[in-house]
Design a protein around this ligand. Structure first.
Ligand SMILES: Nc1nc2c(ncn2[C@@H]2O[C@H](COP(=O)(O)OP(=O)(O)OP(=O)(O)O)[C@@H](O)[C@H]2O)c(=O)[nH]1
Ligand SMILES: [Mg+2]
Length: 225
């Protein structure tokens, strides 16, 4: 990992625990093989605290539940609030409380599988712990990594957190219903994402009103979308 000091033009390498990440990557690959063997399409949903991940999961579940078997894993430091909210939309939900751990990892997902009824499961929605930093490095084995960024976080979230967007497959620019009052241009956030990673699947959505959610789901190629 490179740490830089732009004002003095200095850069140095910080050694990460490469073994830990390598072990996680190996487990993530095992998770992927497991998902594939059962025909499960898994989605890892990242975003800052309050960006709208749970609200978006609720929208996904409502749209899919009559066509596909959907289950969700809600990752949070504490409480079952998100799982309870998702349950109101439908499908099976498992809450994972990580305590002080700021991200889910492949081992947690592997263990969570034994707490879900996997018979005939088509789509697994995994809401990661809210923040745009630590979840980025820990692959879960999902087929699609969606990053949710909302206009209420201001105009610079994407340029300030390039790593997580470079590793994403899709980006939802959320809370577009509040763009006017926030004076943040959602199209600019979309352009920032695309200039970091051309070809990124990017949609402007309001998880609250549902606007743009169908298009996002089609872009992500979620079965049943
Ligand atoms: N106006 C508006 N509010 C939204 C939208 N999406 C989510 N919210 C609201 O934003 C707040 C946070 O939404 P959540 O879905 O709980 O966000 P989250 O990313 O799951 O938050 P954590 O799990 O705590 O990280 C809630 O009050 C939602 O109702 C949106 O598109 N528009
Ligand atoms: Mg949530």
């Amino acid at each position: 990992m490179k740490i830089s000091f732009p004002s003095t033009n200095e850069t140095f390498d910080l050694e990460l625990s490469e073994n830990m990440l390598a072990a996680n990557n190996q487990l993530a690959a095992e998770n992927r093989r497991f998902f594939d063997s059962r025909g499960i399409f898994a989605i890892d949903i990242l975003g800052s605290v309050g960006s709208g991940k749970t609200t978006l999961v609720q929208q996904f579940v409502r749209r899919l539940k009559d066509k596909k078997k959907v289950a969700s894993i809600a990752g949070d430091l504490a409480t079952t609030i998100d799982a309870d909210r998702i349950r109101t939309a439908g499908g099976e939900v498992l809450q994972v409380n990580t305590g002080s751990l700021c991200h889910l990892d492949a081992a947690i997902i592997s263990r969570a599988m034994s707490g879900l009824n996997l018979d005939g499961l088509d789509v697994l929605l995994i809401e990661n712990v809210g923040n745009l930093i630590c979840p980025g490095e820990f692959r879960l084995g999902a087929h699609c990594r969606l990053v949710v960024v909302s206009v209420t976080e201001g105009p610079y979230m994407i340029v300030k957190h390039p790593a997580v967007f470079l590793d994403a497959d899709a980006v939802a620019v959320n809370k577009t219903d509040l763009a006017g009052v926030m004076e943040v241009d959602p199209e600019r956030l979309k352009r920032d994402a695309l200039s970091l990673k051309p070809g990124l699947k990017t949609a402007l959505v309001s998880a609250k009103t549902g606007e743009g959610v169908d298009e996002l789901m089609r872009l992500m190629e979620i079965p049943g979308a």
